[in-house]
Design a protein around this ligand. Structure first.
Ligand code: SME
Length: 158
């Protein structure tokens, strides 16, 4: 296992390209899902210094706050509510360029201006959680983030 992260000085895509194999090797020998969630949140935070990076996991009809990096956050989100609950309900990634323009956005932190939420799919194709990332800038996330974050989330086997 790599003891420290190598972070590219290049573009956003360069950073993701450098990060991907490192995340893969971090997860390769670890079967405890929470350990992999924790390291993925930390690796993303260390690379990009987002406002908030973390996971919510499905329990019944709610998402429950799980491992994360950043300020304290809301602990429970109902299915269909906020960006996270909507991504869960639709079973698809949601990119929000401006959180103030997303009806029902849940403001856990008022510094958050844009957001991406990526669902985690099990072998049964059901959503068992979401990766949520918040940025202090508008328009932070695009198709590049979506592509690499979905790839990383697909490495998380439950
Ligand atoms: N903004 C999210 C809530 C979670 S916090 O951002 C960490 C939402 O609307 O679902």
């Amino acid at each position: 296992m790599a003891e420290h992260l190598h972070i590219s000085n290049g573009s956003k895509e360069d950073k993701y390209r450098a990060l991907l194999p490192q995340v893969k090797s971090l997860m390769a020998n670890e079967t405890i899902i929470m350990a992999n969630l924790a390291n993925l949140a930390a690796a993303l935070n260390e690379t990009f210094r987002f406002l908030w990076v973390g996971f919510y996991l499905v329990k019944g009809e709610e998402l429950i706050l799980s491992t994360f990096q950043g300020p304290i956050a809301c602990t429970r989100i109902r299915k269909g509510s906020g960006v996270c609950g909507t991504a869960w309900e639709r079973a698809e990634t949601i990119i929000v360029p401006d959180v103030n323009k997303f009806p029902g956005h849940i403001a856990c932190n008022f510094a958050s201006r844009s957001e991406i939420v990526v669902p985690l799919f099990g072998k049964d194709k059901q959503v068992w959680g979401v990766l949520d990332i918040d940025s202090e800038q508008l328009n932070t996330f695009d198709a590049i983030d979506q592509q690499y974050l979905e790839e990383m989330c697909n490495m998380l086997h439950k």
